[in-house]
Structure formats: structure tokens, C-alpha cells
Design a protein around this ligand. Structure first.
Ligand code: FAD
Length: 433
């Protein structure tokens, strides 16, 4: 029997170390330098953060997202899930551990599809944590349906020329390079007519028009860029993978990215439950603690059960990825995790916020950021509805239509069949009467 729910003691020691390290050494960075994790390190931030990164390396926990075959530690997704649960508590922790999105997914596709030169130029510094990258796929007029993308790359001698608009290109303003998806052959199906390019951000013609922020951030100071690619010339070897391979590459990238978000979401939701319980045990009203009110007990119980279900789902899916090493084979369950994730985070954060009363909705507590985060989880890497369609299609493939107008489980016919099968016993029973 292979159904184990235990962590091997050696890795548990590493997790215990990571847990204490994130709480004591990394969470203070969230307080002092909020929203600056993707700004290249300089001055005091470098002095504070670099030693932490070095400590993570000493512990063998740096950049654990890549498999051994791609030059990483090869811990696998289950161990990564257990670690990411801890890192999900803090915005800075993934940076300090070298496994932040979107760089993890970008590193994964360069490791898979990049040439040796591309790995040397982009992957190596990315894995060293010295630069950031951006994945530039969504367009202003179309996101959920990539077959509608219009950004064009045309061949001109030894160069490609890229023209078009991209929207919500996260971290473009601090990234050293962009991975751009563009139409290279409009005459074939989009699944075969789009390609990926590695484009240094300082290439002439890469125009960041606006840096869109999420709710609460000042206008034009956010991290999600609207980019106008205007006559951007890159050499032929800027192509990542083969011409026409963009969809295959995107699936490799997004499969991993989605499950990594889910792992970190467990950590964040778990932090919200901790805060909800602390508040329930601390606040008294109408003669008793909140912890003694049945409504609040309901919040706590529902949150615990919801997170337990989600966690088991994520760990099981991580185990499947390790087992089959094939995102396509596991895509139904990755989609299921992606669909459930926003609701789990939203519900738990919302209940925790409610239990904190007025303080809960202020900018002195993190709950509204979590609620926004839940909404983001329902959009980034594809909207929930699209993943629901993926699940439904996969599930339906495992079923077939009924042979006639009556469902297979129609009781009258099943009863007739059962009577026929058990006729000799029924007769004996009648005979006994
Ligand atoms: C915080 C954040 C970071 C992001 N970072 C990046 C990034 O780094 N790079 C990048 O390229 N993109 C990024 N995105 C963009 C993201 O991938 C898109 O927002 C997403 O794919 C949806 O595209 P859209 O916003 O154009 O919505 P649309 O495609 O316009 O869809 C709008 C809504 O229509 C509904 N809908 C869409 N399709 C279907 C369907 N088939 N069936 C039923 N209903 C449907 C859904 O409710 C959906 O939310 C980011 C988004 C967010 C919020």
C-alpha cells in the first residue's frame, strides 16, 4: 500500500527550520519593504536580504522548483508543496528562497526549451536570483482565449520584428527580459502559428505605456504593464523552442505555475485561520469569548474543513505530477485545484476579517489584501470558468452516453435485470413461503 501521509524526518527538519526562518527573519521584510520584492536589490535591501538568501542556499532549499533533470534540487512537487505552504505566509519569502512566480515558470520553460546560449544568458542569472523576468502573453483585447492574440513577429533577414500590444505583463518594469508570445504564421491554426521570444527589456521599441496596479495601489505605480511592442528587432536566436511551439510551451509553464500558486495559498489561508482563532480567543462580547459563540465556531470549523480538503487536493495533485512527470496527464486535477483555490482563500480570509470587526477591514490588517488576492487567483493563469470547462471536458471523456432513452441507473430496468440474475434464489425464497 502506497498511501502515506507522512513527511520523511530529514525533510521535516528542513521544513521546521524554514518555518522558524520565515517567521523570524523574512516576515519583517514584508513590514519594512512591502511591494518591493521585485525591485532589484540595492543598498540596505541588498545588505538585509543577501545573507538570508545565502542561508537558504546553505540549507539546500534554494530554487527547489526545478527537477534534477533541469538542473535543480529535484525535490519534486510534494516536497515543494510542503515548503511553499510555509513560504505562502510572506510576500518576500519566495524571493528569499529563489522560487517566486512568474520567474519559476519562466525558468522552467527556458530549462525545457532553451538553447545552451539562452540558458547561460537568461536561466543562470535567473536561478542565481540576480534578475527578474516577465511573461508577456495576455493582450488588451483578449486574455482567456489565446487564439485571439494579434501581436505579430515577422522574419526580416536574420531578425524577427515584433509588433503589438500586451496587457498585464507582471513585473515588466523591473524585469531584465520578457518572454513574448507572438503570431509567426497567421495562415495556420493559432495552435501551430504562434511562437515565444526572449526579449531583453531594454530592446528599442519595448514601450511600457502604463504600470497597472491592483485595488488600493496608486495609479500607474503597479506592477502589471501595458506594453506597446513597436518594431522590436531581435535576432533569430531569440526564438524560444521551435517556431509554432508557443502553445506547447505555455502549457508547460502554466501547469506548474498554477499548482505553485495553490501551494502558497494554503500557507496564506492557514495564516488567516491562525489570526481568526487568536481573535476568537481574545475578544469578549455579550458575556463570553467570540470562541464560545456558535456562529464563530462555525466559521472556524468550516475554514478548517475547507482548507483540509484543499490541502489534500493540492498534495495529491503534486504527487501525481511527481509520479507521471507529465502536466498534460494531470491537467484535470491541476484545473480542479485552480478552480477551488479562489473560493477557499476568499471564504477563509472573509471570515477571519469579519471576526476582527472594524479592525479587520482597515489597512492595519492584511485581510482585504487576501480577498483581492483571492480574486486575482480566479483570473491570473486563466479565469476560473475556462478551467471549469477543462475539468468538465476531461471528466466527460471518461463517460459515455446511455444506450437508449433510459439512463443506465433507471431502477425499473435494473430491477428486472437483478430479478433475472437472482431468479433461482427468488424462486427458492417463494418456495419457502
Ligand atoms: C494579478 C494578475 C497578474 C497577471 N499576470 C500576467 C502576466 O504576467 N502575464 C500575462 O500574460 N498575463 C497576466 N495576467 C492576465 C491573465 O492571464 C488574464 O487576466 C486572464 O487570462 C483573463 O484574461 P482577461 O483578463 O482578458 O479576461 P477575458 O478573457 O476578457 O475574460 C473575462 C471574463 O469572461 C469570462 N470568460 C472568459 N472565457 C470564458 C469561457 N470560455 N467560458 C465562460 N466564461 C468565460 C470569465 O468570467 C472571465 O473572467 C495577470 C492577471 C492578473 C489579474
Amino acid at each position: 500500500m502506497g498511501w502515506e501521509f507522512e513527511t520523511d524526518p530529514e525533510f521535516q527538519e528542513k521544513l521546521d527550520w524554514a518555518d522558524a526562518f520565515v517567521r523570524e527573519e523574512v516576515e519583517p521584510l514584508d513590514m519594512v519593504w512591502p511591494h518591493q520584492q521585485f525591485t532589484p536589490l540595492d543598498g540596505p535591501r541588498r545588505a538585509a536580504v543577501q545573507p538570508l538568501k545565502e542561508e537558504v542556499r546553505r540549507q539546500g532549499l534554494w530554487a527547489t522548483h526545478l527537477g534534477a533533470d533541469l538542473g535543480g534540487q529535484g525535490y519534486g512537487q510534494v516536497k515543494l508543496a510542503l515548503l511553499n505552504e510555509i513560504l505562502g505566509r510572506s510576500s518576500w519569502a519566495p524571493i528569499v528562497f529563489g522560487c517566486q512566480a512568474p520567474d519559476t515558470g519562466n525558468a522552467e520553460i527556458i530549462a525545457h526549451y532553451g538553447t545552451e546560449e539562452q540558458k547561460e544568458r537568461y536561466l543562470k542569472p535567473l536561478l542565481e536570483g540576480e534578475l527578474f523576468s516577465c511573461y508577456s502573453m495576455t493582450e488588451p483585447h483578449a486574455g482567456a482565449d489565446p487564439t485571439m492574440f494579434k501581436t505579430r513577429a515577422t522574419k526580416d533577414g536574420d531578425e524577427w520584428v515584433i509588433d503589438g500590444w500586451k496587457f498585464f505583463s507582471s513585473n515588466a518594469k523591473t524585469a531584465s527580459f520578457l518572454i513574448v508570445m507572438a503570431v509567426t504564421n497567421p495562415d495556420v491554426s493559432p495552435y501551430k502559428g504562434m511562437s515565444m521570444f526572449l526579449v531583453p527589456t531594454d530592446t528599442p521599441g519595448v514601450n511600457i505605456v502604463r504600470n497597472i496596479g491592483l485595488h488600493g495601489e496608486p495609479l500607474n505605480e503597479g506592477s502589471h504593464a501595458l506594453i506597446h511592442y513597436e518594431n522590436v528587432r531581435v535576432p533569430a536566436d531569440a526564438l524560444l523552442g521551435g517556431e509554432g511551439q508557443a502553445f506547447v510551451i505555455a502549457q508547460t509553464r502554466l501547469g506548474g505555475g498554477r499548482i505553485h500558486h495553490a501551494m502558497r495559498t494554503i500557507g496564506l489561508a492557514s495564516k488567516a485561520i491562525d489570526m481568526m482563532c487568536e481573535r476568537a480567543l481574545s475578544r469578549e462580547t455579550q458575556g463570553s469569548l467570540l470562541a464560545e459563540k456558535q456562529f464563530v465556531q462555525g466559521y472556524i470549523a468550516d475554514s478548517y474543513a475547507q482548507l483540509l480538503q484543499f490541502r489534500l487536493m493540492v498534495l495529491y495533485t503534486a504527487w501525481e505530477i511527481d509520479r507521471y512527470n507529465d502536466y498534460k496527464r494531470v491537467r484535470k486535477d491541476i484545473a480542479a485545484v485552480k478552480v477551488v483555490m479562489p473560493t477557499v482563500l476568499h471564504d477563509i480570509a472573509w471570515r477571519a476579517m469579519q471576526v476582527h470587526g472594524a479592525l479587520g477591514v482597515t489597512n492595519e490588517m492584511p485581510f482585504l489584501g487576501m480577498v483581492t488576492g483571492a480574486a486575482v487567483m480566479g483570473l491570473a493563469d486563466g479565469p476560473t470558468e475556462v478551467h471549469q470547462v477543462t475539468i468538465a471536458r476531461q471528466v466527460l471523456k471518461e463517460h459515455k452516453a446511455a444506450d437508449d432513452a433510459w439512463p443506465t441507473e433507471w431502477i425499473p430496468r435494473k430491477l428486472d435485470a437483478a430479478k433475472e440474475k437472482l431468479a433461482e434464489f427468488i424462486e427458492a425464497e417463494v418456495g419457502n413461503l
